[in-house]
Design a binder for this molecule. Structure first.
Ligand SMILES: Cc1cc2nc3c(=O)[nH]c(=O)nc-3n(C[C@H](O)[C@H](O)[C@H](O)COP(=O)(O)OP(=O)(O)OC[C@H]3O[C@@H](n4cnc5c(N)ncnc54)[C@H](O)[C@@H]3O)c2cc1C
Length: 469
């Protein structure tokens, strides 16, 4: 076994967790963090794992919430971020919220005190030198510019984004297919399609005019002053298109051409909202061209007026933010290694996950993979049925690349959610099928029970019943 350390670049949520996992496996680590030598536009301290905005790790319910499940899996895997979060919890109902200073100080102290971790306070100006044979880049959404430039040079300019322009994503089983229908425009089959690749939601003239007005009137979020106004690549927010004229959307993403409503073939829709499959499992669909700065509550209110989406459950809502992230599905292998440079991994938000907890979880996985490699064995990737596996699969494998919009980036950052898991049969109660909310809760319980059992097995832990004995 080589005694060379693993180098981790970036001491945020992901880098701190990765460094901890590597060191706990008995492998030395050098953690390179640029603060306080150089700051970012959002960080305010020189502490490791600083929370730049909210102090919440979101729901801690491991039975019926996907991020709560991820918390539970991280605790099973000895996560530093979760143990520091638990130790510095503040009251927040069902959520896990933390005292941000106490949390960051606890992570910093633990890392500083670990005998196998060295912290270097320095900016990495470019990719790690070639003799760092095991390294992890975890520099986050605000990666310093010269490193970002080096990443872009190494991966291709199109592979690195500086803003995410996110359209909402909907759980397929909440779309009303008695109103909507599957059809590609002009029934085009394309390289990977069937001619029925889109879900279409029809609008008549009155519905369309009311919808455009709701977009114009809806409350929007503002850009931070350092973000600029990054309207680019034909990625205009839907409400900005609506403001340009009442017909703009009907000639853009909502054009009705080449589509026939199978439920009402003799009536031509005045406008159509299209949704496209977003993950290989077919459980999630994104609203095509609907990137937006509308506030989240406004998105839910306005988008549920679309025929067929009245009961839509959104796996994520739209947004437009400063965010540096790579096109992971094409660049990384299943263990988060850059395919073109084995031994160099990416972790955290720069891989295209979203949120404190998800970033730390991907740091945890990257750390375990790097440590295993250093110790001379191949790390098994977590099963797809676990929250770890579902999130990793979103980043490295499960994403559908659109064939009909060549050159357009379709991979977008995402929080962990139940749409990323392989579906389960809805359990029955006394032999009867469950309906509505009961059915949703029962399905979620079945997914989380399966996930925790599979996660224990993956980690080599005893099954729950044995553990309790
Ligand atoms: C303005 C803003 C608000 C956000 N609000 C929330 C929120 O409320 N809730 C939520 O869950 N998520 C939020 N996020 C997302 C959040 O940043 C990430 O989820 C999380 O912090 C990402 O973890 P990370 O480890 O990937 O990156 P970070 O935690 O940002 O850590 C990256 C680290 O790398 C360092 N670094 C950068 N470049 C270099 C370099 N060249 N050399 C050395 N070190 C470098 C940085 O100083 C930083 O410490 C927000 C993001 C932003 C930008």
């Amino acid at each position: 076994m080589s005694k060379n350390p693993v180098h981790v670049i970036g001491g945020g949520l992901a880098g701190s967790e990765a460094a901890w996992q590597i060191a706990e496996a008995g492998v030395p680590v050098v953690l390179h963090e640029m603060r306080p030598v150089r700051g970012t536009d959002a960080h305010k301290t020189d502490g490791l794992a600083e929370l730049v905005c909210s102090n919440s790790f979101r729901s801690d319910d491991a039975e019926t919430n996907a991020v709560g499940l991820l918390h539970a899996e991280m605790r099973l895997a000895g996560s530093l971020i979760m143990s520091a979060g638990d130790a510095h919890q503040v009251p927040a109902g069902g959520a896990l919220a933390v005292d941000r200073d106490g949390f960051s100080e606890a992570v910093t102290r633990k890392i500083e005190a670990h005998p196998l971790i060295t912290i270097e306070r320095e900016e990495m100006p470019g990719l790690p030198p070639a003799d760092w044979d095991e390294a992890i880049i975890a520099t986050g959404p605000l990666t310093a510019p010269s490193l970002a430039q080096s990443i872009a040079q190494a991966t291709g300019a199109d592979a690195l984004a500086f803003f995410d322009a996110i359209a909402p994503i909907v759980h397929f089983d909440t779309i009303d297919m008695n109103t909507c229908w599957f059809q590609s425009r002009y029934d085009k089959i394309g390289p990977g399609g069937t001619g029925k690749d889109y879900i279409n939601c029809p609008m008549d003239k009155d519905q369309y005019l009311a919808f455009v007005q709701a977009l114009v009137d809806g409350q929007k979020t503002e850009f931070k002053e350092w973000e600029g106004t990054p309207y680019f690549d034909g990625c205009l927010p839907i409400e900005v298109m609506a403001e340009r004229g009442v017909e703009t959307l009907r000639h853009g993403p909502m054009k009705p051409m080449g589509l026939t409503n199978v439920h009402n073939p003799s009536v031509k829709a005045y406008a159509v909202v299209q949704l496209r499959q977003d993950n290989a499992l077919g459980t999630l669909y994104n609203m095509v061209g609907f990137q937006t700065k509308l506030k989240h509550a406004e998105q839910v209110r306005v988008f549920r007026t679309i025929p067929g989406l009245e009961n839509a459950d959104f796996a994520r809502l739209g947004g437009l933010h400063r965010n540096t992230y790579i096109n992971s599905p094409t660049l990384l292998d299943a263990s988060l290694q850059l395919k073109s440079r084995p031994g160099l991994r990416f972790a955290g938000q720069i891989t295209g996950c979203e949120g404190y907890v998800e970033s730390a979880a991907i740091g945890l996985l990257a750390g375990r993979f790097a440590a295993a490699e250093r110790l001379g064995h191949q790390a098994a990737t977590p099963p797809l049925t676990t929250a770890f596996g579902a999130l990793l699969n979103h980043i490295t494998g499960g994403h559908i690349v659109s064939d009909d919009e060549p050159g357009k980036r379709s991979f977008q950052p995402m929080n962990v959610n139940f749409g990323l898991f392989p579906p389960v049969e809805a359990p029955k109660s006394d032999g009867k099928r469950l309906r509505g909310k009961d059915k949703i809760v029962a399905k979620r319980r079945a997914i989380t029970t399966r996930a925790l059992a599979d996660c224990r097995q993956w980690l080599g832990l005893p099954a729950q019943a044995e553990a309790a004995e």
